[in-house]
Write a protein that binds this ligand. Structure first.
Ligand code: KG4
Ligand code: ZN
Length: 333
């Protein structure tokens, strides 16, 4: 029975997992707070986490019907992410664990996204290939066991979700732009505007989204405000198609390069219907099994941190009291 806390960006999250079973998965989104700034303001996020973390943890325990006395370990995202935001979650998790002399399990946020696939129902067993696309990261990971993943390729500049959020802003949509852009794209023509499918002729497995973002900005400038307004749905659909096109092209290249029987998606962008459909089509064509978790396990949540914690190192009390969060890079061994 693990209590998990995740505060790496702008969602305050707590979950209770019993092995791979999710008993509660509470997410308090700060999206509305950051919307007026057009993106996440780190200091504002930290302050909100500070206010929200206690009630969110309480809500998770209550929803799970589990008293704190029954929790055996506390898992927490240690990084990568916004350092101030991470510190709030880490300090709270340490306090909860230390008060009861429980072990602490620091978790890598990206491994958390991978581990969402280990949760019930229908947990996915490694090996599998995982495409992870979020607001902060875009990468292809080889998952050979439950304990970690190997990065095969990653974005050289912007993350897919970051580019989507910026394009959404150009179309006058709020933050985060992903879900709104997807809704707008549904009534648009994905072939209306030719936007670059960056990196697809490049032999490697790395991604790039900043050129696409710039191309979109130029296209909007050429069209002018009125025309952009009239053709928002077509622009959204064309932009979404270019993002999905690059993600799928690289996923296909990775599938060609290895003997993968199963594919999984992770990260907020994996909630996107167009990406899910295109991945399903690709997997069917290549005879690979596709694992899709529900949207609320794609975007940031603490259940995935609990899932990763099941296979991560436990630090006994009091060894973790000086354990530090990290903004970038990897979990300290
Ligand atoms: O994994 P996540 O919640 O947070 C990070 O770790 O970054 O991902 C958030 C990102 C945002 O950029 C958001 O716009 C995008 O995922 N996103 C979507 C959708 N839902 C969330 N992008 C496209 N379509 C969606 N339905
Ligand atoms: Zn994330």
């Amino acid at each position: 029975m693990i209590l998990a806390v995740e505060t790496s960006c702008d969602d305050t999250c707590a979950a209770v997992v019993d092995g791979p079973r999710v008993l509660a998965n509470v997410i308090s989104s700060q999206a509305a707070v950051h919307d007026r700034y057009g993106g996440v303001v780190p200091e504002v996020a930290s302050r909100h986490h500070l206010e929200l973390v206690e009630p969110v943890v309480g809500a998770a325990l209550e929803e799970a019907g589990v008293a704190l006395e029954r929790i055996e370990a506390v898992a927490v995202t240690a990084g990568p992410g916004l350092i101030g935001a991470l510190l709030v979650g880490l300090s709270s998790a340490k306090a909860i664990a230390a008060a009861r002399r429980l072990p602490l399990i620091p978790v890598d946020h990206l491994q958390g996204h991978v581990a969402a696939n280990f949760l019930e129902p229908d947990p996915l067993q490694p090996p599998f290939l995982c495409l992870l696309a979020s607001g902060g990261h875009t990468l292809l990971a080889a998952v050979h066991d439950h304990g970690g993943h190997l990065v095969l390729g990653q974005t050289l500049d912007d993350a897919a979700g970051e580019a989507i959020d910026k394009a959404a802003r150009m179309l006058g949509l709020g933050y985060p732009g992903g879900p709104a852009l997807e809704r707008l794209a549904a009534s648009g023509d994905p072939g209306a505007f030719a936007l670059p499918l960056a990196m697809t002729r490049d032999a490697g497995l790395d991604f790039s989204f900043s050129g696409l973002k710039t191309a979109m900005a130029y296209r909007c400038r050429e069209l002018g405000e009125e025309e952009v307004d009239a053709r928002r749905a077509d622009l959204a659909a064309s932009f979404q198609a270019a993002v999905v096109g690059q993600l799928i092209a690289k996923l296909e290249r990775a599938l060609e390069g290895g003997d993968w029987g199963a594919v999984a998606l992770g990260g907020g962008v994996a909630a996107n219907r167009a990406l899910r459909d295109a991945t399903a089509e690709l997997c069917e064509r290549r005879g690979a099994r596709l694992k899709l978790v529900p949207g609320e396990l794609c975007t940031d949540n603490a259940a995935m941190i609990g899932a990763a914690a099941l296979h991560a190192k436990r630090l006994p009390y009091p060894d973790y009291l000086a354990y530090d969060a990290f903004a970038a890079g990897e979990l300290a061994a």
